[in-house]
Each structure stands twice: as structure tokens, then as C-alpha cells.
Ligand binder design. Structure first.
Ligand code: SF4
Length: 431
């Protein structure tokens, strides 16, 4: 049985008369691998806890106000935990001011200098990230572990393909998955020897298949929580695609307890992307609107791209956790988007507003976005039943008439019989 078969299961319907059909895709859930739980400040990571989103500030840590402003922005965009570099003494001093004022737990990112880890712990950080590729002295690691243990602070072993331990790299020839995992396990051994087990691990690679293979291999060997990421993914859209590919492959296997998109762009985009990915995979509750839209085609009765853009702008940030559909024509729109909570479809100069596939109102086309936004707010407040009860009684009929008119004009592209008849007519001998 493959990983995905093991991890993706169907949830049993909770009620015999559930409105969701027993074979609905809404029943599919991801079964997560069992890991230990560690506590990063107020955020539990691992076990059955929600998969958390991380991002990293790009400001100079010594600039306390700028770093705090970015931390608040990241938290607002969906980051549960923020990592901040601690690369010099001034940065460690900055952390002492930043940590008590931060809205989310802070992890200090440490490279090369173990004393900065001790400084960050003194500053009150909620977690450390150590790179085993550049903090290699066992005594130094033990000293940091002892101090972290006294304070109850977890450590992430952050292995990175680009800064792998030189000896390990030499043994394996290149940064293959087995090399990354060996580096992580070597650090685990050192920490465990120091009686330290508040550990999470990452084995990041910029090559997506190698990243996925590294985490799969590691997850067979330890039950510590794993922090997922494709390192140095680059700017969007390439960076986004690589991150989604690598992180999703693992999450669908049930692997991963916290994630970060490493994008070469404003880190706000990282936090938003991380949060959205978890929502789309059904691993976190949706907080914001999920806009779906048809790709448009020759049947479209409206500029779908422009309408979808306008709807996105109007509903984004409103805290309305609905799935909203924008469909180019009333012939196929309401039916194809029947799983959406609410949507609009265009037809013959009108906007057809529908809830769960049922047309509830028909408005002039230039008012349809306004009507959709208004109805989305009401739907979020009052619920589906109340809004269906308030539907315009003739809306369904009007929509059906318009769909029939369009079919007359354009033909039914979905009717196999009609297509066969048309082809037969043209192909008939003697014509
Ligand atoms: Fe084309 Fe209508 Fe489908 Fe949009 S909903 S892709 S316009 S057929």
C-alpha cells in the first residue's frame, strides 16, 4: 500500500441523514503520521495539533520597531510562528525587546555562533533553530541543549542541502537525501545524549524530489515533529509552485507538522501562501473567502477574469470563510459550481446569483458583483437555510429560461447526442 493510500482516508458520515452524500469528496481527510508534541510558546507543534504556518522576518533584528511591524504583519497574514535571525550581538539584544511584544512565538535563527543561541535564550525566545552544518562542536551543542532544557525551549535541527556538514557531504558525494537525514540524525544523537528531546527537524532541499525523498526517509526513522519547506525556492510563481509541490506531496502522505514557504519576495506572501495551502488541503479551518472561477470559454457571457478579480478584491480580508464561484455562463455555471456556497453566473445581460447551485436572484449584469458581495455577507451571518428561504421565487425559472435561450443560440456543447447528430449530418455520403 502506498503512502497516499495510507494517509488519505474517507471520513465516515457522522449522521445517517447527512446532507453530504456518503461518497462525497468532502468526506476525504488526510490521516497524519503520529509525532510527539513540542510546545513553541503558545503554539503546540506535532501530535494532533493543527499544522502551523511559519515565516521569517527580512528586517535587521537590531531594528526593533521594523522587525516588530513585520512580525505583526506576518501574524495578520496567517503566520502562527515567526523566525527572526540572531546573527550578531545587536540582534540578540533586539530580541530581548521584540519577544515580549510579539503577537506570536519567536524562533531565533542561529548559524555558526553557538553563543548567540545562548544570548537568544536569555532574550526569552520561544524556540531555537540550529544548523548542524555550521555549529559542529559537540560541547557547544551540549551547552546550548542544557540551557534550552532548563528554560523548556525547543530546538529545531535545521538541515539545509546548501550548508551540509562537510564530512557528511564528502562521504555521500553530494547532498542526497541520505546525507541530509544522516546530518539530522547525528544532531538528534548529540541532543539525546544531552537528555534533550524537545526537538523538531527539517531537511530542506531546493530540488523538490530530493526534498520529498529526504522527509519521507526521515519520517521512517524518527517520531519528532517535522518542519517542511523547499529551501531557496525563489520568487513566485516558480517559488510558489516548487513549495506547493514539495510541501503538498508530504502533507498528503500525512507527513509534516509545521511548514514554511521560502520565497524570494515580501514574507507576507509566504505566510499567506502557507495558510492558504493548509486551508485548501482541509488541514486548517478556512478563515477567508475561497474564490473559484471557471476558466472562461467561448460561451462566456461576461469578462470572467475581470469579474473574478473584482470579487476577489471586494471579499478579500472580510473574514468571510465561504467558497465563492464566478462562472461565465448560466448554462453550465450554477450546476458546475453547485458545491460552492455562493456564486454568480452571467447570461443575456443578467447576473444569476446562486446559493449551493440554486439560483436565488437575477440582477442586471452591472450590479451582479454588488449583489454577490451583499449576499455573501448575509449568507455568512444567517446561514444557507435562511438565505434559500429568502430566495426570489421566480429566479430559478428566469435562469432556466435564459439557459434555454442560450442553448438555442449556441447549442448544447455537453450533449453527446446533439454533437453526434451534427457530425453525422456533415459526414453523410452524397452531401
Ligand atoms: Fe465556459 Fe460557461 Fe463553463 Fe465558464 S461556466 S467555462 S463560460 S461553459
Amino acid at each position: 500500500m502506498g503512502c497516499v493510500d495510507r494517509a488519505v482516508k474517507r471520513r465516515k458520515p457522522s449522521l445517517a441523514n447527512s446532507p453530504v452524500p456518503a461518497d462525497s469528496y468532502l468526506d476525504v481527510v488526510i490521516e497524519r503520521r503520529k509525532t510527539r508534541t513540542i510546545q513553541v510558546g503558545k503554539v503546540p507543534v506535532g501530535g494532533d495539533n493543527p499544522i502551523s504556518v511559519q515565516s521569517m522576518t527580512t528586517t535587521k533584528t537590531a531594528d526593533v520597531e521594523a522587525t516588530l511591524a513585520q512580525t505583526y504583519a506576518l501574524a495578520g497574514a496567517g503566520a502562527d510562528i515567526v523566525r527572526i535571525t540572531c546573527n550578531n550581538v545587536e540582534a540578540a539584544e533586539g530580541l530581548a525587546e521584540i519577544v515580549p511584544r510579539s503577537p506570536v512565538p519567536v524562533i531565533a535563527d542561529i548559524h555558526f555562533q553557538y553563543r548567540l543561541a545562548l544570548g537568544a535564550l536569555e532574550a526569552g525566545v520561544h524556540g531555537l533553530r540550529l544548523n548542524p552544518g555550521n555549529i559542529r562542536d559537540g560541547n557547544h551543542i551540549r551547552e546550548v541543549a542544557a540551557e534550552a532544557k532548563d528554560r523548556g525551549i525547543p530546538i529545531r535541527i535545521g538541515v539545509n542541502a546548501g550548508s551540509l556538514d562537510k564530512d557528511i557531504l564528502a562521504r555521500h558525494g553530494s547532498a542526497v537525501p541520505a546525507a541530509l537525514v544522516e546530518s539530522a540524525l547525528e544532531e538528534v544523537r548529540l541532543l539525546e545524549e544531552a537528555d534533550f528531546t524537545d526537538i523538531k527537524i527539517s531537511v530542506k532541499h531546493s530540488h523538490v524530489p530530493s526534498m520529498v525523498a529526504s522527509y519521507r526517509l526521515l519520517s521512517e526513522k524518527v517520531d519528532y515533529p517535522l518542519h517542511l519547506g523547499v529551501t531557496e525556492a525563489g520568487p513566485p510563481p516558480g517559488g510558489l509552485i516548487k513549495s506547493v509541490a514539495g510541501i503538498s506531496a508530504l502533507l498528503l502522505d500525512g507527513i509534516g507538522d509545521t511548514i514554511r514557504f521560502s520565497l524570494t519576495t515580501d514574507p507576507i506572501e509566504e505566510a499567506k501562501a502557507g495558510r492558504s495551502l493548509l486551508e485548501y488541503l482541509g488541514l486548517r479551518e478556512r478563515k477567508e473567502v475561497d474564490l473559484i472561477a471557471c476558466p472562461s470559454c467561448g460561451r462566456a457571457e461576461v469578462d470572467v477574469f475581470a469579474v473574478a478579480q473584482e470579487v476577489q478584491e471586494r471579499l478579500e480580508g472580510e473574514g468571510i470563510p465561504l467558497q465563492v464561484a464566478v462562472m461565465g455562463c448560466v448554462v453550465n455555471g450554477p450546476g458546475e459550481a453547485r458545491e460552492a456556497d455562493i456564486g454568480i453566473a452571467a447570461g443575456r445581460g443578467k447576473g444569476h446569483l446562486f446559493i449551493k447551485g440554486q439560483v436565488v436572484r437575477v440582477v442586471p449584469e452591472d450590479e451582479m458583483v454588488e449583489a454577490l458581495v451583499d449576499e455573501a455577507h448575509k449568507l455568512a451571518k444567517e446561514g444557507v437555510e435562511a438565505r434559500l428561504a429568502a430566495a426570489d421565487g421566480v429566479a430559478e425559472e428566469l435562469a432556466a429560461e435564459t439557459a434555454a435561450e442560450l442553448l438555442q443560440i449556441q447549442g448544447d456543447a455537453n450533449s453527446t447526442e446533439a454533437r453526434r447528430r451534427a457530425v453525422a449530418e456533415v459526414a453523410k455520403p452524397g452531401k
